[in-house]
Design a binder for this molecule. Structure first.
Ligand SMILES: Nc1nc2c(c(=O)[nH]1)N=C([C@H](O)[C@@H](O)CO)CN2
Length: 119
């Protein structure tokens, strides 16, 4: 994986998520951290947004993805989102943390973290 990263931290999105019946009736907040592998040198040299990963555009797409989906597991949310980001933004690799705050009252947050690389 390349060593440069575009980062998105504590991105809050709303979605239907959960394994219990009552969770299918409500929308809940997930909080995401992303590290997106890229090479920033060309964008930096040309000072051109078109040559890098646009964190604003990616954040908007993630919010839309969350709005449209209704998974049971945070695992499924993470895996499907990683695949979408690879497909739509040509991201070579990522680390994605999905937190579900409040799901376990005694914990600040619970969730999953995945790392994926594509050749
Ligand atoms: N590994 C997981 N464990 C649990 C999940 C999950 O998505 N992944 N989900 C739940 C419930 O939906 C919970 O969040 C409701 O409070 C339980 N365990």
């Amino acid at each position: 994986m390349r060593s440069d990263r575009v980062i998105i931290e504590s991105l809050a999105v709303e979605t239907v998520i959960g394994v219990y019946d009552w969770e299918r009736e409500i929308r809940q907040r997930l909080v995401l951290d992303l590290e997106l592998a890229t090479d920033i040198r060309a964008a930096a040299a040309a000072d051109d947004i078109a040559l890098t990963l646009d964190y604003a555009a990616i954040s908007q797409r993630i919010a839309r993805f969350a709005d449209e989906q209704a998974f049971a597991l945070v695992e499924t949310f993470a895996e499907r989102l990683a695949s979408l980001l690879h497909d739509e933004f040509a991201i070579a690799g990522l680390t994605l943390t999905v937190r579900k705050p409040g799901a376990v009252a005694e914990a600040a947050a619970v969730g999953v973290r995945i790392s994926r690389e594509w050749s």
